[in-house]
Structures are given as C-alpha cells and as structure tokens.
Write a protein that binds this ligand. Structure first.
Ligand code: C2E
Ligand code: CA
Ligand code: CA
Length: 754
C-alpha cells in the first residue's frame, strides 16, 4: 500500500475520534502528533501487519510508563478472544488469556466485547469485571487495565486493545486519546491485511484474462485492474487506484439504473447486463458486464469483482454513441472536439467577412467548494442552471461547450467589434451572477472570464484557446468575478504596458525597490514568529507603488526574475541584520513567482542568497501558489524536494483559491498553508467560510501542516481564526507591512509589553 493511502486511512480514523484535540495540553498534543507520526512511519515502511501492531503497542507503552499493551481478537465463530499481539506480556500470561470467553467477569477485554463499550478498570484485584481473571492479575501484578473496542470498517467490534498497568489508575483524556488512536490504527491495519490476503488468491486468474477485470473493496474503491482492462479503457492502474467505478460512468445510465444494479448485487451476490462506460479518451465503450460480490466466511462482503467484455463491434447504436461522444452528458452541450469544429468554421467565415470571433473561457469561482459542501447532485444542478443561463445570452450562431468540471467555453461568431463583444460578455457575466436558490440555499455564483479574439489574438483554435485560458487566470488573479481580454494584459503595444515595462527596467538597474515586512503572529504564544517580505517600487516621480500594479507586468516581461533575485537577497540580508541587532530569530517568508521557477535558476538563487547573507536555511520560507505545483508537477516535486533538503521551509500562499485538494498536496513536502484572505474576510459573517477554514485546518493538522490565516483585520476575525484552530495569523490587526526600522521597533515594543 502506498504511503498516501495510509495517510487517507489515518486521517479518516482520526476524524472518528471522540476526545477533542483542543482539550489536551500543548505538550500532550505534541506527544499525540509524535505518536501519529511514528505510527505512520511504521505503517509506511513495514509490510508485516503483526509487526506494525506490535509497534503500536510498544509506542503506546512508552506514553504510559509501567504499562503493557495487548490486542485480543475474536475468533472466526465470534465466540472466544485470543491474544493477537502483546509484545511485552510474558508467554505464560498470553497462554492463560487465550480462549477467553467474553462475559461479565472476563476482564477488561472480555467486558469490551460483552458490553460493547470501553472498560476502564482501576483495580483488577477487587473489580467484579475481573472475577474470572483474578489469579492472572495477582500472578503478573496487573493492577489496572483499560481496554477499548477495535472496529472493522463495517463498524463491527472485532476485538479489544488494552493497556494494563502495574499500578492502580484511571485514564486521563490524553490516555483516552492515545487508546483511541491505537485501536483505530489497529483496526485499519487488520483490514488492510485481510484485503491483501484475498487479493493474492485472485492474482493468477486475474492477469491471464482476455476480459477486463476490476476489483474493488467493499466500499467500491478500486484496488486493482488487469491489463485487459487497461487496454480497453485506457486508464492505468495508478489513475484508478482509490477511485470508484463512477470515474468510468458515461452518464448514459441514470441513478435508478445503478441503484437497481447494486440492489441485485447486494441481494443475490451478482449482476450481469449491458453497461456503457467511458474510456479515458472520452470514447463510449459498451460492455457486457458481470459483477459479483465476494464474501468472507461470515457472509460479509469484502470485495466486488467486475468482469466485462468490450461489445463495441456488436453494437449498432452507432449514432447514439456518436452523439454522446461529441456532447457533454450532464449539460448536453458540445464537447471540446465538436466545439473545435464549430470554432474552426466560425473562424473560416470571419476570415472571409472581416468579422471577429471571440473565444470565452469561463470558469466558475469557488465551484469546487460549493460542490464539496452541497454535494455532487446539487453541483450538477448548478452546472445545468449555468448552462441554461448561458443559452439565454447567446445567439443561434454561437457555440457553448463544457469541456469538463466547472469550465465553459463560448464562441461568439460574427462580432463586428470589441464593444459588441464586451456587451455580450457583460450580459453573460450578469446572468451568471444572479442568485440561485437550490434546495433552500441561496447561492451567489460568480465567474471569471478570459477572452481571446480572432484575428487580434490569434489565427487558430489552439492559440486562441491558450490565450483565453491565460486571460481567464488574469481575471482570477484580479480577484475573480470579472473578465479580462488577453490583449489588455499582454498587448505589448499598449501604451501603459510599455511605460511600466520601461520604468521597471530602469527600476531594476537603479535599484528602486524596497521591502516592507509584515509580522506573522503565533496564536498560542502570542509571539511574532516570522515576517513576510513584500516588495514595493519606490518610483522617483510617482512614489511608492504597490506590487499589485507591477508584479503582473514584471512576470509577463520576465523582469520578475531579476526583481525576485533582489528581493530574496535583501530579505535574507535583513533577517540576518535583525538577528545581529538582537531581535529573536524569526522565519523570513519570501514570495516567489511561477515565472521565477520557469525561467530562473531557483536553486542557485536560494543558495547564493543564503551563502552571501549567512542566514540559516531554517529561517527562510518560500511562499508558493497551488497552481505552480500543479502545472509541472514532476519537475516541481523533485525541485521542492531538493529545496527541502537544503533545510528551507515551504508554504502555500492563497490556499483554497486554487484547484488542488489537500490530499493532493500531501505529495509535496510543504510546511505551512496560508489560508487565503477571501475566506478570512467573511469568516465572521459567512458560516460557509468558517466551516471551510475549520475543515482545512483540521485536515492540515492531521498531515502535520501548520496553518496561518492571512488578512486578519480586527479582533473579531482573530477570535474566529483562533476558534478554527489556525496556528498563526497575519494582518492589519497586528500591523501593516512596515519598513525594516519600523518593524524592529514594533518587535521591541511588543517585547516590552510582555
Ligand atoms: P500576498 O502574498 O497574498 O501578500 C499579502 C497581501 O495582503 C499584501 O499586499 C499585504 O499588504 C496584504 N495584507 C496584509 N494584511 C492584510 C489585511 O489585514 N487586510 C488586507 N485587506 N490586506 C492585507 P501587498 O503587499 O500589496 O502584496 C500584494 C501581492 O503582491 C502579494 O500578495 C504577492 O502576491 C505579491 N508580491 C508582493 N511582494 C512580492 C515579491 O517580492 N515577489 C513576488 N513574486 N510577489 C510579491
Ligand atoms: Ca504571500
Ligand atoms: Ca496570500
């Protein structure tokens, strides 16, 4: 099993726990984190499940001096308890415990099964629950014994996990937590072992088959597919692991069809029939499919197996296939392929008539969050609603397309000029922004639109597509809920663009930049732990220009590489200067642009900035954005690993605005998330935002990531982000970005206040 699956399993088990993490002292929280980390490591590195469980026992023993851990499991007939793991209990005691029949006097573990709840016995010599095991308690000086149930994934109690002590005592909330963690991990490890056992048996039948075969666990999570499957549907096993068969759905069958199918499988153990799936390249594949449920001896389903043959050739419903292959099933809109055809036609016509064609790339803002919080069915309704609103805005000659997700393309044909394009875009923008009532929720949608125009911005589909996409990101960067023409951003002939570019070149040459520093405050300790370096352009005539006015152009022209070099060197130099002046050591956070990673030699730059300043790498943090990680993932993965090896810290800026999920970020060795200001801005008024922040923090903590909230402007926001358990905060409430000397005075001031 791969590490990230373990992490997912762990985070879900952690989610089930009942002891509130926040009720523990920080020292205890730290111990818990270390425990989780150590367990995680043994799960990731160790193949042998018994060894992992032994290790869990030992780790827990370390957290409770003078105690021994043990795991007892029910036998197949669910009659007796046997010792499964007890690395520190002498074999004679194990022998006496084996074959224990659960009952009111059968010790703590026997009572866990008998009463179906945790048992905390502080005096085994007198407690009636230890009646049958009294001799054992005396013989081995087991004075107290706490035991908690171990559950299977189906939430059946399969055994008990116990810590027995050589003194009389009762558990604190911390010990409860430790027990909970142990039992849930043991449950997961046992489950994982079971699935591997069954899989080995299937292996031989599996690879030889001509038919496509897929194996899922009882939750329909895909565990394995064979080569024939890969050949027919085009997905590799890596792309399917952890997914469910829903990923393959063509959209051709409605929910009722699947519900009936699963009902048959769960009643009779199998189903067969015709089903249409969709291959990776979008093709509809009609299949003859047989699904069986695999049960264990107790009749509980452990896996599903699907075997199918490809019956494309047998099918004559070709027209229908063609329609489905060229349309998006959810909305009925043309898919990308058909859209390209239509756009090509519109371009050909425009070329003859000297008209313009506008290609709009429209992306819904925050759709992923809505989809996650309202559920996928509501998300689908929302997409259909957007589709019908778009249809209201466009003409017969225009084409709409949903290439996937929350993205739409619009081709506006026969446009005489830019003004008429803007008028159409305004209309679309206004329509999408009208509130929607969905299942009683009032939802305000917004979208970001990027526009590329034929012939001004490009002569063919690919170029226009790329530029509209580019412009869409500019619209997102501009704070969303707006639109941007490609030209507006990138037209190198525009007067303003040239003026600023020219000025920036001069600024780089004669060093017209300054850094301001904004403190980052640790919420638990109330101390300033770091500073973010924010660049300003000190223009000889116009005065101080904020980064929002020039970073974009610096990126487009590549000047950001040189500006960024200066910023990093200066930030490192300043950090060391403060240390020498006696300020407490802080982490200096520096923003880096995607362009620096693409065009500059980031590794070399960082090394040189560290070397020339003498800054300890652990005091430098690089702020990245989600999109940087996603765009060239493999490259970034190895580069960031190298940076981590140098000892720096990495954080994700503006977290929550991008597309990545936390699950995805686990691949990268990130230290910290910076929750985007947009969530913090409304945290006190929008319960959605508060819930999102809370969820992000919890997930981040289970992955041992720190979380900082940005844009904290007042006491109320601070209260909220503290309640959401953010670790740190940054914002005008503490201080605005300041010149270095103001910053150090600020720190000195705070130190005096302490
Ligand atoms: P950012 O990295 O998200 O930086 C935070 C921005 O939020 C800063 O704006 C900061 O002044 C502002 N801010 C801080 N506290 C609050 C608050 O409580 N309320 C509000 N409304 N705003 C707050 P600034 O300095 O104008 O920087 C804007 C953006 O410019 C930065 O956003 C960053 O993306 C970029 N930037 C700044 N310096 C650099 C740099 O050296 N290199 C690169 N590549 N980008 C930079
Ligand atoms: Ca930043
Ligand atoms: Ca930010």
């Amino acid at each position: 099993m791969k590490r990230h699956e373990n992490m997912a399993a762990l985070s879900c088990s952690i989610g089930q726990q009942t002891v509130e993490y926040s009720t523990l002292s920080s020292e205890e929280q730290e111990k818990i984190l270390h425990l989780q980390q150590a367990i995680l490591e043994s799960v990731a590195h160790c193949e042998d499940h018994l060894e992992i469980i032994n290790q869990v026992c030992r780790l827990e023993e370390q957290l409770l001096p003078d105690s021994v851990g043990s795991v007892m499991l029910m036998d197949n007939g669910y009659e007796f308890l046997n010792v499964y793991a007890a690395p520190s209990i002498p074999p004679e005691a194990v022998a006496q415990l084996n074959g224990l029949r659960p009952g009111p006097g059968a010790g703590s573990c026997g009572n866990v099964i008998y009463r179906r709840e945790p048992q905390f016995v502080s005096n085994t010599f007198t407690d009636p629950r230890w009646q049958d095991l009294r001799q054992l308690a005396y013989d081995f000086n087991l004075c107290s014994c706490w035991s908690v149930p171990i559950y299977s994934v189906e939430h059946k109690i399969v055994g008990a996990f116990a810590l027995s002590s050589f003194e009389h005592r009762l558990p604190s909330p911390f010990h409860n937590k430790v027990l909970e963690i142990g039992s849930s991990i043991i449950g997961i490890v046992l489950e994982r072992n079971k699935s591997q056992e069954s899989l080995r048996l299937l292996q031989m039948v599996f690879e030889g088959s001509e038919e496509g075969i897929m194996i899922t666990d009882s939750n329909k999570t895909i565990l394995s597919v064979n080569q024939a499957f890969t050949r027919i549907l085009g997905y590799s096993i890596e792309e399917l692991l952890g997914e469910t068969p829903k990923k393959l759905a063509s959209g051709h069958h409605d929910r009722g069809f699947y519900a009936a199918m699963w009902k048959t499988i769960n009643t009779f153990g199998h189903w067969h029939g015709e089903i249409w799936n969709r291959s990776k390249n979008g093709e509809i594949i009609p299949e003859w499919l047989a699904i069986s449920a695999l049960n264990d001896p107790s009749g509980k389903t452990t896996h599903y197996i699907g075997i199918f043959s490809d019956i494309r050739e047998r099918k004559n419903a070709e027209d229908q296939i063609r329609y489905l292959s060229s349309h998006d099933v959810l909305t009925g809109l043309p898919n990308r392929m058909l859209f390209k055809d239509r756009l090509d036609n519109a371009i050909a016509f425009a070329a003859r008539t000297r008209l313009k064609v506008a290609l709009l790339n429209l992306d819904l803002d925050q759709f992923k969050m809505l989809n996650d919080s309202l559920g996928h069915a509501a998300g689908d309704d929302l997409l259909r609603c957007v589709t019908s609103r778009l249809k209201m805005c466009v003409r017969e000659t225009d084409t709409l397309c949903r290439p996937g997700g929350d993205e739409f393309f619009v081709a506006l044909a026969n446009m005489p000029d830019t003004d008429s394009i803007s008028a159409m875009v305004d209309k679309i923008h206004e329509q999408i922004s009208k509130p929607i009532v969905l299942e009683g929720h009032h939802i305000s949608l917004s979208c970001s639109i990027g526009i590329a125009v034929y012939p001004d911005d490009g002569g063919n589909f690919e170029t226009l597509m790329k530029r509209a996409d580019n412009a869409m990101y500019q619209a997102k960067d501009a704070g969303r809920n707006t639109y941007r023409y490609f030209r507006e951003q990138l037209n190198n002939d525009s007067h303003e663009f040239i003026r600023i570019t020219h000025g920036l070149r001069e600024a780089v040459k004669s060093n017209q930049f300054t850094l301001h520093f904004q403190p980052q405050v640790d919420l638990a300790a109330g101390k300033v732990l770091g500073a973010e370096a924010l660049v300003r352009w000190n223009h000889p005539v116009e005065g101080l220009i904020p980064p929002g006015c020039f970073i974009g152009i610096a990126e487009q022209t590549g000047l950001i590489v040189e500006i960024g070099e200066w910023v990093l060197h200066e930030a490192c130099r300043q950090a060391v200067a403060w240390q020498l002046a006696g300020l407490p050591p802080m982490v200096m956070a520096v923003n880096m642009s995607a362009v620096q990673f693409k065009r500059g030699n980031v590794k070399k730059l960082i090394r040189s900035a560290l070397d020339s300043s003498g800054l300890d790498p652990q005091h430098l943090e690089i702020e990245l954005t989600e999109s940087m990680l996603i765009h060239d993932m493999n490259y970034m993965l190895s580069l960031l690993n190298e940076l981590k090896d140098m000892g720096l810290k990495l954080s994700i800026d503006d977290f929550g605005t991008g597309y990545s999920s936390l699950a995805y970020l686990k691949k990268f060795k990130i230290d910290r998330l910076k929750i985007d200001q947009s969530f913090v801005r409304d945290i006190a008024t929008d319960p959605n935002d508060a819930a999102i922040v809370h969820a992000i923090v919890q997930m981040a903590h289970t992955l041992s990531l720190q979380v900082i909230a940005e844009g904290v402007e007042n006491e109320e926001m601070l209260q909220y982000v503290s309640r959401c358990q953010c670790d740190q905060a940054q914002g005008y409430h503490f201080a605005r970005p300041m010149l270095p000397e103001v910053f150090s005075a600020f720190i000195a001031d705070r130190a005096q206040g302490d």
